[in-house]
Structure formats: C-alpha cells, structure tokens
Design a protein around this ligand. Sequence first.
Ligand SMILES: C[S@@+](CC[C@H](N)C(=O)[O-])C[C@H]1O[C@@H](n2cnc3c(N)ncnc32)[C@H](O)[C@@H]1O
Length: 364
Amino acid sequence: MTPDDEIRAAAQRAQPPQIDSSRSHDPSNNLKRSDPFQFGSRYLEKGDDVFEFNAWDHVEPDDGFKAYAEAQYEKQRAAPVTDFDKNRFNQDPAKWWDLFYKNNTENFFKDRKWLQQEFPVLAEVTQKDAGPQVVLEVGAGAGNTAFPLIRSNENEHLKVHACDFSKYAVKVMRESEHYDEKYMVADVWDVAAQPDENGNYLPPGLTEGSVDVVILIFIFSALNPAQWNRALHNIYRVLKPGGRVLFRDYGRGDLAQVRFKKGRYMGENFYVRGDGTRVYFFDKDELIQMWSRWTLEKGLQVDTESTSESQPAEPEAPFEVVHMGVDRRLLVNRSSKLKMYRCWMQGHFRKRDGPAATTAEAGQ
Ligand SMILES: C[S@@+](CC[C@H](N)C(=O)[O-])C[C@H]1O[C@@H](n2cnc3c(N)ncnc32)[C@H](O)[C@@H]1O
C-alpha cells in the first residue's frame, strides 16, 4: 500500500463516536441541515448516518484513529528532514512563500466569511458608529480575510493594514479589484522582524501602541517555534493597551498533520510541505501558556515537549487569554466514504491596560 492508500484506508476505517442526543449541549439548536448552518451546532448522535452531511461538529477522533496517528508520528520522526534542508527552509522562509504566491492564483485560500461570527470583535470594529479603528492583519496572504472584512465594513473610519512578509502576496493584494485604499493598505512586513539599522521593526505606517486589533489567521503555524518570542514582542509593541489579538490556526492531530509522509518532519509538530512552506500544529495548553506567560523580560515560557500540566499565568504577563477554544470537526466525503478529523485552535487575547513599557526595552 502506498502512504496515500494507507491514509485513505485509515480515514475509511474511522469510527467517529456518536453521542447520546441528551449530551449535545442544546438539542433544539442541533441543526441537522446543509449550509448555511451555524458553526458548532451539528452533533453526531447515536442513530445518525455519518454520511448524511458533509460535516459534523465537536467530533473527537476514535481510539483506533488516535493509535494510527501516533504510529504515523513515529514514522515521521524516524525520517526527518536533513540538516542541510532544515537550513534551506528555515533560512529564508519568505522565499518559499514568494514561490507559493507566484505558482498559485489569488483564489488559492477560501475567503474567510465566518470572521464576524467567530470573532465578534470584528463585527464591533466594522459597525457604522465604531469610530477610528486600526486593524493589523499579519500574514494576510492574498487578502482572503482583509477583503471580506472590508466588504462588510460600515465604519467610515476603519483602516486595515494587511501585512505579509511575501512581497508577491502583497502584490496580489495590491493588484486585486477589491483593493480599496480608503480602508486598506497592504505592506511587506515580517512579524518576527528584528530592528533594522534605524531601529525600525514595526509595519510601515504604524507606531507603538497604535493598533486596536491584530488578526493572526494561519500565520503562527508558518513560523519556526524559535520565532514565536520575537513575534509576540512585535505584536505587543504595536497594540494599544486593551488591544485584541484574534487567533486561528492548526490544531494538533489535524488530518493535515497525520498525513505527513517521510522526509517532512522538522521538529516536534513542525513540518515542511512539498512546496517548502513550514507548518506547526498547536496544542491548546501550549497556546494558553504562550499568551498568558510571555513577558518582555522573561520571554516565552512554553514547554512544547510537555503541555499536559497546566502552568499558572504570569501575574505580570502583558497579555491575558480571553478565550481559547478547540474547533474539532469531522468532514465527510460521501462518495469515497472518507471520514476526516480536522482540528483548529481559536483564541482571543487581550493586551492588558497599564503603563506602556519603556522605550529601552523596545530593542529586545
Ligand atoms: C497559510 S498562509 C495564510 C494566509 C491568510 N492569513 C489566510 O488565512 O488566508 C500563511 C501566510 O503567512 C505569511 N507569513 C509566514 N511567515 C510570516 C512572517 N514571519 N511574517 C509575515 N507573514 C508571514 C505567508 O507568506 C502566508 O501568506
């Protein structure tokens, strides 16, 4: 069997647990219908035909699939990326994303239409009377988040800074028919940037403490864990006190992780795709630690190896975790009888109010 056949067979064998109908939080809201449906409301209950719908919410992988996933991780670890290649992929990651955007059309990612529903903060800042609001989208790619946001915007005073470290991604955004300079500016910026020769490390046109909302959608997974500290530092600096961070990214155990083959493993939960772009799969406790324990002085305090034990938040931590959730979904391909476990992490963090840190710390 080829690796592709194997993963296919595992997805066919999967036996997703079916819960008692009394256990779905609110049976009256258990929408057993096709799109449009409200996220998180279609539970797979005893007696349901799993192939009746394309997707089910809150489905945990069954034990058989979990064991298969563990065996896959062992195989991945046993055949890691060579040191030479690790260097190649880590040294200039923007180069690989540039290639990605050269080779793919602007329609590669789907428009994020669920934004306001999943992140009510975005509904607030785009309201007619919300007043001046500055949103920074990091790793904005082809604009699949920024453009839908602007399309639904009713706030005359909204400005979205859509930044990406790939100059080709920025070119795609700037050349889009949806690019509206009144509400949006697209710029090249590396979220893990160190200060340049003039001490600048913030996005063009933005100063310390000038941003109300930072959006991070499938960007942190593209970073090497060694870059997380610097990224948090830069996000902290650019946010206003009380500013929000909206986060969505890959969760551990997602099918995309399980299906990685030999020669792609860069480190624990960190891989390189066939096109040279990197991807990390997050754990819930790890993200809670990341955002509730990071400080300017101590940096990151995340134990990526063992996240099973909850660590207390740092009392002086500049960020607080407002919400951290796991979005698990079972996607079903009815014709090939595949049952695919997907897992995403969704977080809402807040920069605490309080005195701004001194400029002396800015160079960290
Ligand atoms: C998986 S794509 C997601 C794009 C977009 N956020 C979306 O959800 O459609 C990851 C994006 O992050 C960008 N990226 C990766 N590392 C970055 C960094 N250090 N600074 C800024 N952007 C980065 C990549 O160029 C790419 O456009």
